[in-house]
Design a protein. Structure first.
Length: 209
């Protein structure tokens, strides 16, 4: 088994990264070969609409744009499991997450109808956010479901896990963030975040079996 783990946050040592590293450990615990990637280290673009992936005679399920994202797409399509995490910015995952999603799905989408991809990749999607869980369920998740459904084109199981009410910084007094209650955030970090780490581990293990 092969599992690709992607941190689609620009922060490499905070909430999303910690969740993804726990998911990676879960995958490793069931014997999967794991590759961990910080997406913001890569030089990448969203889809450039070159349409080479749709040309008659071109190899299918391959992105032909020459940057550091194309080899990652090939790795994902040859893997058994993809675990990807992103913070939520303005109701959406990060721009790098969106770029990967565009490129990954467009190169397997058939304009003749259907899907060129014949493999199977299980997908675990992890969101981290400042919002509480009730707000995510009511206001955010309905908006995100369409993009989540695109991962279904990888023909595997798709699981979504939200990590809510996260601690943004260690010392809120150094920032103009008066709308947030630091003590509430810290309490959530101490009480809830360990549960989120455990659940990420279990999802990583389950999807990588």
């Amino acid at each position: 088994m092969k599992t690709i783990v992607i941190n689609a946050s620009p922060r490499r040592k905070w909430n999303t990264a910690e969740i993804m590293k726990s998911a990676a450990k879960g995958a490793e615990s069931v014997g999967s070969e794991v590759e961990y990637i910080d997406l913001y280290k890569l030089d990448l673009h969203g889809c450039m609409s070159c349409l080479i992936c749709k040309k008659v005679g071109s190899e299918r399920c391959k992105c032909y744009w020459r940057d550091e994202l194309s080899p990652l797409i090939e790795k994902i399509l040859s893997a058994d499991c993809l675990l990807i995490g992103s913070p939520i910015y303005l109701y959406e995952p990060t721009s790098h997450y969106r770029a990967l999603l565009e490129r990954l799905i467009f190169c397997i989408l058939s304009y003749d109808g259907g899907n060129y991809f014949e493999g199977k990749v299980n997908v675990g999607i992890f969101y981290t956010m400042n919002a509480p869980r009730k707000y995510f369920d009511k206001m955010m998740h309905p908006y995100l479901e369409q993009s989540e459904a695109l991962f279904g084109m990888l023909n595997g199981e798709v699981k979504v896990y939200p990590v809510c009410n996260t601690l943004q910084v260690n010392d809120y007094s150094k920032y103009s963030m008066a709308m947030f209650d630091q003590e509430d955030k810290r309490k959530s970090r101490e009480e809830r975040f360990p549960i989120d780490l455990k659940n990420a581990f279990e999802i990583g293990a389950e999807l990588s079996k």
